[in-house]
Design a protein around this ligand. Sequence first.
Ligand code: FES
Length: 146
Amino acid sequence: MGNNGRRKFITALLSIGGLGTFISAFYPVVKYMTPVKSGKPSVSSLKLGKLSDFAKNAWEIVRFGRKPLIIINDENGKLHALSAECTHLDCIVQYSKEEKMIICACHNGHYDLNGKNISGPPPRPLKQYKVNIQNGEIIITKKEDG
Ligand code: FES
């Protein structure tokens, strides 16, 4: 291998190394920016287990297909199922046991337990889902209107 050939060989090695560095630096960023695809793309109902296992004044976030829902068992034992995506900029909402409201910590948005936007920047209500109890088991389904 002459001087010229060696130089080409070293240049090729360096560019392969550079490519590896480029991929290892940017792969995590690209992966982070890609939306997480968990859950089935579309489902029509979701079983959530026994109503008796869901404490009063408790809440949880579940997946309905790819959509996050917030499920709240209010202090009177009434279940509420709503989209958990804030209608302002899609942050995940949470239930405030103290305020007895759904809140969005991103910009201090507030919703009532029916999903009605009552203060802060959210422009629309949270979408409601239907809650049925069959043989003591909680079943969540979409409402006909959406
Ligand atoms: S994203 Fe919820 S209030 Fe802004």
